[in-house]
Design a protein around this ligand. Sequence first.
Ligand code: T46
Length: 147
Amino acid sequence: MNTTIKDCRIIPLDRHHSDRQGDLSVVEGLNGIPFPIRRIYYLYDIPGGATRGGHAHKNLYQILVAASGSFTVVLDDGTHRQSVTLNQPDQALLIVPGIWRELENFSSGSVCLCIASEKYDESDYLRDYDNFLLFRNHTITNMSSND
Ligand code: T46
């Protein structure tokens, strides 16, 4: 797996202003989002001090949006870590496969909207950090041996 945290990036979403007050943002598959949308889920009612995530995916692409409130996403590619705070409903964070993520510092009442490239598949998860490192190193070794 040769993805890095640099492959994860903020994707600005269109923000439409309504005459009737309030705003609206749109996520359309393949229109600025680099994968077909196959699943939507959302995290909510998150108690203060809770952390979510704590895993990586082998193949899944996702975008995360702070639909309400704010939280921090810690991205880790096994070598480098980076924290990204999401606090705008028109900003989406793209997370590519092979990146460990932890979500923390949820504000009260926050909602994390998650839009994913695949249906739920527990076998796509790497939930143990040492296995995550092995998965990344194994994939890199295999790629090198094919050179
Ligand atoms: C991610 C972060 C941001 C399902 O049955 N279907 C689903 O689509 C999902 C996402 C979860 N589940 C079940 C599996 C567990 O029994 O819901 C329970 C909680 O899932 P998990 O512990 O994986 O939740 P989070 O919030 O730690 O992680 C989730 C996503 O799993 C993950 O892909 O990136 O949100």
